[in-house]
Write a protein of this length. Structure first.
Lengths: 328, 328
DNA sequence: TATTTCTACTAAAACGTATTAGTAAAGATA
DNA sequence: TATCTTTACTAATACGTTTTAGTAGAAATA
């Protein structure tokens, strides 16, 4: 199908080596004459030769590919994150093999195996629960690994993340500063460390300020209709609420939906979201939030990973990216 | 680093062939004894052997990878689309190498070259302008290609898309049915065929119903602040408007922003968007839209591509997916 | 007992590349 | 003119697989 160096060599009556050397711009150092070089170059150009990257990688040991494993490439956090990663890597001549785990450890398992088999040069991973073993496998195979967003506390890897506790604290103080004296927390029923940190900071804030803590934990699955009604009855039960702090943007959207379906047009108290959303600044009322700066996050992941690839695996470090408080 | 079949063979005192055959579950057909098979299997398991997919692909000619080229993996159309593609392909044991062109033909060029070099078995492409030549290149290399969302009329490929004209027509009729007698069209200043089709259907509708056409074409670049003010002054100029039809959801969002920043809380006429958005049903007023059914779209792309890969390239066909009109 | 058939493997070639050591011919040196 | 350099290449090996043809020895057949 596609022509190989071998065929080109035969057709030009030269050796494979010559063709390979010319193609890789090593003609000079290999003392190939200018004429021959031209002849090869012209022919290669003419037939539109595309080197076989698989063979190349096999020979050089470099795949020029990195793996990106997220929960869901389609969501408003990971999608734009992936775009940044891709952009940054493109500049370094790397390409991205991505996959979404959808939170399913079996998927994650398959994905990681596949990537290791594809000999990606490094992996950026937003782990879901129960992925410790796989992370260990990646490390065993000496493939550089950068974990972001979430991590497993008991396995040492490079870890890029925001300070969830701190950010959550900032959010609470902000709500207090705009007059909320009784705001509740809506979070997810999961033991993801970042969610725990957000909740703990809220609890700590309550303890310090004497505010009564009111927390609703929704189950991770079935966030649709069930979640809406759960939220509605919870809000109804908790009289005196004067604000809501959602620990993720999709929870906040769920909150919006549940209030809307309740027939309320506006809101009588502020909503605050952990993570921004494209439309939060045009909703009514505007929704303030903690914004995870995607680009710095992506930049750090890429930088750290490339360094590992270049200089070999080093001892794990933690990289904390600070968040922005967006007041609206 | 990672152990190879060769090393395993040496360590077990058998031949490479034996190891390979056992690993690929061909022990029986190659009459390898059960004992030996077990011995190999156990050892392979013990050391956590991962075959080198690069070598494998080189030998078999199959990369088990398909390329997905979109404009922006981070946006609310392509991201979820990519997720569906990934999911569907996972089931068939294919994986996805994706890239975003960001509308830049140079990027697209690089991406396509890279994918051809990686010997992807097929490509799903949402082309941007000036990509005809590259599509031709893909086809020359005998790589199955499915184009979706947009196409270049003068190059024959399998093409999966919605019926833009028809959908746009439906939108117009709907607006008319709810009482709009004077709605305008906000579109993008581009000659992408799908945008033209949407606009043309509007014009045709005007011609047929006698409604005066009012069209604003915003330049594709600088859609942010400039677009907002352009839109504002255009709306101010066009007295008597009683509805707006946006030909994409990001234009609609731009519209929302511009009206909001104008200080208007609500709207005195309906807005309609081509393409849905997560929050359109909770905004005030609710925004009706044409919804492109992502899953059928993705399913068709994948199905057609896999068929091409399986049975060889066939003569190009067009696949039209019908849209939904979401009334809110 | 000489031949055929099975059994249980292995040797060798191929995929398409990169790389290093080698070489024939021409030119320079002594 | 015999030796050393340089020039302009090429041969050979390696990367890690798959696959097909081959083979030594044991068992079965005649």
């Amino acid at each position: 199908m596609a022509k190989s160096i071998k065929e080109i060599a035969r057709e030009l009556n030269v050796s494979k080596s010559t063709v390979s050397l010319v193609i890789n711009h090593k003609a000079e150092q290999a003392r190939i004459s200018k004429e021959l070089e031209r002849r090869v170059l012209d022919y290669v150009e003419k037939i539109g030769y595309k080197p076989n990257a698989l063979a190349k990688s096999l020979a050089t040991g470099r795949s020029n590919t990195i793996g990106l494993i997220v929960e869901n490439i389609g969501d408003s956090f990971f999608g734009p994150f992936a775009l940044h990663v891709e952009e940054l890597l493109r500049k370094k001549n790397y390409h991205v093999l991505y996959s979404s785990t959808l939170g399913d450890p079996q998927n994650a398992q398959d994905i990681i195996d596949f990537m290791l088999e594809k000999r990606v040069e490094g992996i950026i991973l937003a782990p879901t629960i129960n992925l410790e073993e796989h992370q260990r496998k990646i490390l065993e195979h000496k493939v550089p690994l950068v974990v972001f967003d979430r991590n497993s506390p008991d396995i040492a890897t490079h870890y890029v993340h925001i300070d969830n506790g701190d950010s959550s604290r900032k959010a609470c103080s902000y709500l207090q500063s705009i007059g909320c004296k009784n705001f509740g927390l809506i979070t997810i029923d999961s033991d993801q460390p970042q969610m725990l940190a957000r909740k703990d900071a809220y609890l700590k804030f309550c303890a310090e300020t004497g505010m009564q803590s009111r927390i609703l934990q929704l189950p991770y699955h079935r966030l649709k209709q069930k979640g809406i009604s759960a939220l509605q009855s919870w809000v109804a039960k908790n009289v005196g609420l004067d604000g809501l702090f959602f620990t993720t943007n999709y929870l906040c959207i769920l909150g919006l939906k549940s209030l809307r379906t309740e027939g309320r047009e506006g809101f009588d108290f502020p909503l605050f979201s952990f993570d921004d959303h494209e439309l939060f600044d045009i909703l009514n009322p505007k929704i303030s939030c903690i914004q995870q700066p995607l680009e710095p996050l992506a930049k750090t992941c890429v930088r750290v990973l490339l360094k590992e690839i270049d200089r070999g695996i080093s001892s794990p470090k933690e990289y904390v990216i600070s968040t922005n408080l967006i007041k609206r």
